[in-house]
Design a protein around this ligand. Sequence first.
Ligand code: FAD
Ligand code: SF4
Length: 259
Amino acid sequence: MTEDVKKKEKIARQKMPEQEPQVRARNFEEVPLGYSPETAELEAGRCLQCKKPSCVEGCPVQIDIPAFIKEIKEKNFSGAIMKLWEKTSLPAVCGRVCPQEAQCEQLCILGKKEEPVAVGRLERFAADWQRTKGEFKLPPKADPTGKKVAVIGSGPSGLTVAGDLLLKGHEVTIYEAFHKAGGVLVYGIPEFRLPKAIVESEVNILEKLGAKIVCNAVIGRTRTIEELMTEEGFDAVYIGVGAGLPIFMNLQGENLIGI
Ligand SMILES: Cc1cc2nc3c(=O)[nH]c(=O)nc-3n(C[C@H](O)[C@H](O)[C@H](O)COP(=O)(O)OP(=O)(O)OC[C@H]3O[C@@H](n4cnc5c(N)ncnc54)[C@H](O)[C@@H]3O)c2cc1C
Ligand code: SF4
């Protein structure tokens, strides 16, 4: 084991400050408060910059985790968000609600002996820094392809697809049945875990990238997929409508408490 690895193992995983219990008991605001730049740099300094980063294997969208962490360590916070945007359109959301302990952080090599690198907290830091302090820069887009895609549903699935397609140079229109974009991120996950303003700001970035968002549009009722493909001239439709309704098995006793 090199001296550098031993030194990094000695740095403790950085805690994220939180609202005190007596304060948070009286409000519905977000409980964790996020890293400061100094704490983020310290935590980023724990990453071993593995040649074969196992953390990336645990990430559903394969973010180049060591690369964005390296940018934070070098105080290039804009560079960190650009790296994140290569693979995710929702870094401020994912940094908060992804189950990192069962994904990237579970596979972090440092976690074999010590606590894993706090990948999620660092992702959240980079996204929050960009939103609140950074110079606002959009991720680079490919040249326009002339293709139009309709995305049905504005939950994380639809927003992610929209972000990927926009960066590839396609035109994107998102149709949402409700009056607000975000899906379960806005009407399911509570404010103290994921503030609505965070979801709104991620959606705004997609709009700045060129996404058109049409709310109060129930596809299948107000317009059909066939109409989108023929009358509206879309080349493709992505259906990301979530799992809004349960399917019951009609078994005796299935409505009993505890079943
Ligand atoms: C209370 C709660 C807490 C959760 N907490 C977490 C968490 O902490 N971490 C985590 O990773 N996951 C969490 N989840 C799960 C996560 O929210 C879902 O996995 C995720 O939202 C699914 O994304 P989706 O885009 O597939 O669907 P949804 O978020 O359901 O979005 C689908 C969208 O499609 C729209 N739609 C449906 N039909 C139509 C139509 N015909 N036309 C137009 N629009 C339509 C809906 O209105 C909705 O906005 C939580 C879920 C709940 C309910
Ligand atoms: S596995 Fe852990 S230490 Fe290695 S690159 Fe990923 S986050 Fe850094």
